[in-house]
Design a protein around this ligand. Structure first.
Ligand SMILES: Nc1ncnc2c1ncn2[C@@H]1O[C@H](COP(=O)(O)OP(=O)(O)OP(=O)(O)O)[C@@H](O)[C@H]1O
Ligand SMILES: [Mg+2]
Length: 450
């Protein structure tokens, strides 16, 4: 079995003999080990662990439990989703109970029995998987497959799955998409789902900062580095240490700064402007651009070597006009969100508004939709928001001939049910209120299936 197939397990144990025994016991796991609090936290910063086995008697308090309990607190605040099982000596039941009070999921008293402790770790792993699945389902039910990301289209759901898979690792991500498509929203979700979520998320927009200031904004500067540099200032990369830096509009980065960024991505160290000292940083870089894939054999604005470094994962966010189903659920989402501030009882979106939302071409993408809904809530005169309140013309509301309008609506309904049921035929047919054979026929007619 390769390491990738084994469940990860972190064992924190200072006694080498006990550690060797635990390694044997858990040979079916990808075991990482740590002998003290600092290295345990270091391991957790590197990658996530569903289960941690923690010896409470850690140095410098190997006979007591103070260091072990402190480690427990820090492990849980860094990685609240991890299940921690504490291991104590024979006589230390009250320490074990204190640990459970602090959030340990279970405890085990030495001497270690291999079968018993394997059972506890396996059960903790299952509990972790179950909680993970529950969190996912809860988000799905809200049509929010990732925190803050509302969507139902197949294309966006695929992107959400990618983000979810990439989040726990440190691979660098480049997000490409037109203005307002949700690039920053995806970056926030990526950060929130990563082991860095307790750390900072710092954003910098390369297009908004004058080229000559960008270097010192990113890397910081020492006192006296240039005229006016009266004190040492830390840059955004340094402020994002332990977290994520969102580098927006990376296509606008001057070439000299690109070289310096490349060096950071290769060696993970920076020098402040005017400084000589190498400063090691643990910052994950997520970049974005609205200009399409920014490199074309070196002719684009980005150095090719930098491009490959920042785009270990490339995410292309489709414009809203290519996902009209998302436009409709987003309109409803923003309506609910902004209505709450209103005194008047607004009931929802009128059918002509929904049709117009699905048909409009949304050059400003989700941001435009958000703004139109916000404005319409304030200006609407009736009890429902109409296409006119959204300042979308009736012509936007789709073709006037009934047959193709019905067909269009049918296609959208089928697409939505199909996506919502995650491709499950009986669930999708229930959602639509049709029989399974009818659903098969619809899926074929609209080209969703062979
Ligand atoms: N899928 C989504 N669910 C909920 N809100 C969204 C979604 N996509 C975008 N938004 C909202 O739309 C607005 C624009 O999104 P965001 O700032 O992420 O876009 P962007 O791609 O970074 O745009 P720009 O290129 O102009 O910087 C934000 O207010 C954001 O909250
Ligand atoms: Mg943005």
């Amino acid at each position: 079995m390769s390491d990738a197939d084994r469940p990860p397990l972190l064992i924190v144990e200072d006694d080498p003999v006990a550690l060797r025994q635990l390694r044997w016991t858990f040979d079916a796991y990808a075991v990482s080990t740590a002998a003290d609090r600092a290295s345990a936290l270091g391991e957790l910063r590197k990658s996530p662990f569903p289960v941690v086995l923690l010896d409470l008697g850690l140095p410098p308090d190997a006979e007591g439990a103070s260091e072990g309990l402190a480690a427990l607190g820090e492990i849980l605040s860094l990685s609240p989703q991890s299940k921690v099982i504490v291991v104590t000596g024979r006589e230390e039941r009250e320490h074990a109970l204190r640990a459970v009070e602090l959030g340990a999921c279970d405890f085990y008293q030495k001497p270690v029995d291999a079968d018993e402790i394997r059972f506890l770790v396996k059960r903790a792993g299952q509990l972790h998987a179950l909680e993970d699945e529950n969190r996912r389902l809860a988000r799905d039910a809200r049509r929010e497959p990732l925190p803050g990301v509302v969507c139902i289209s197949e294309s966006m759901r695929g992107i959400c799955r990618l983000v979810e898979r990439a989040a726990p690792s440190d691979i660098s991500v480049l997000i490409v998409g037109e203005t307002g498509t949700g690039k920053e929203v995806l970056c926030r979700a990526l950060h929130a789902l990563s082991r860095r979520s307790a750390g900072p998320l710092v954003a910098i927009n390369c297009a908004a900062i004058p080229a000559e200031l960008l270097e010192s904004e990113l890397f910081g500067h020492e006192r006296g580095a240039f005229t006016g540099a009266e004190r040492r200032v830390r840059g955004r990369l340094e402020l994002a240490d332990g977290g994520t830096l969102f580098l927006d509009e990376i296509g606008d980065m001057p070439v000299a700064v690109q070289a310096k960024l490349l060096r950071f991505l290769q060696d993970r160290v920076i020098q402040r402007v005017g400084g000589r000292e190498d400063i090691a940083l643990d910052t994950r870089v997520v970049s974005a651009t609205h200009r399409g894939v920014p490199v074309a054999g070196g002719a684009g604005p980005l150095r090719e070597d930098l491009y490959y470094r920042i785009s270990e994962l490339l995410i292309e966010v489709p414009p809203l006009r290519e996902r009209p189903d998302d436009a409709v659920v987003l309109a409803q989402h923003f309506f609910e969100q902004f209505r709450s501030g209103e005194q008047r009882p607004l009931q929802g979106l009128a059918p002509d508004a929904i049709a117009a939302v699905a048909a409009h071409s949304w050059p400003g993408n989700v941001r435009e939709l958000e703004n139109r809904i916000k404005r319409a809530i304030v200006t609407a005169e009736g009890s429902r928001i109409t296409a006119r309140d959204l300042e979308l013309s009736a012509a936007d509301a789709g073709p006037p001939d009934l047959k193709s309008a019905v067909r269009d609506a049918e296609r959208r309904a089928v697409a939505r049910a199909w996506a919502e049921a995650d491709g499950n035929v009986s669930r999708a047919s229930k959602l639509l209120g049709v029989s399974r054979p009818t659903l098969y026929k619809l899926l074929r007619e609209h080209g969703f299936r062979e």
